[in-house]
Design a protein around this ligand. Structure first.
Ligand code: NI
Length: 139
């Protein structure tokens, strides 16, 4: 705790009110923790924007497995990127729909490419890349 710095921030009353309402709704007990999380989130975004930093992400895909060619294509793509895709979970949501969550590791730009390829596969109902962080450089 010795490396804690206290800072003063000038901010308009209205913006501060909106901020307080926002963070209260998110369950924050105080502004400091909310501000720290906002800064960390922006730093993670910067890692992704730079594209050449080692990072991790989660790709989620929802598709109908009755259309066999979709499942085959998704598996083929995953086999092309065995080093980047480090884990996967498959959930049979109902008789027709499947959810796959893939944990992807590598350079931001490469992960984005793999996520776009998977999510852009014809027949995928929903595909999304959640950008996480390998944690290095984030305090
Ligand atoms: Ni399934």
């Amino acid at each position: 705790m010795s490396d804690l710095s206290r800072i003063g921030v000038s901010i308009s009353g209205r913006l501060l009110e909106e901020f307080d309402r926002l963070i209260a709704g998110m369950g924050y007990q105080n502004r400091s923790e909310a501000l720290r999380d906002l800064i960390r989130d922006r730093l993670v975004q910067k890692e992704w924007e730079e594209g050449d930093k080692e990072t991790v992400g989660i790709v989620s895909l929802v598709y109908n497995h009755d259309k066999r060619e979709i499942a085959d294509t998704l598996v083929d793509i995953q086999h092309r990127f065995t080093r980047a895709i480090v884990a996967s979970v498959h959930v049979h949501l109902d008789q027709h729909n499947c959810l796959e969550a893939l944990i992807v590791r590598g350079k931001g730009a490469e992960i984005r490419k793999i996520a776009d390829l998977l999510a852009g596969t014809k027949g995928v109902k929903h595909g999304k890349l959640t950008m996480a962080t390998a944690g290095r450089g984030i305090v």
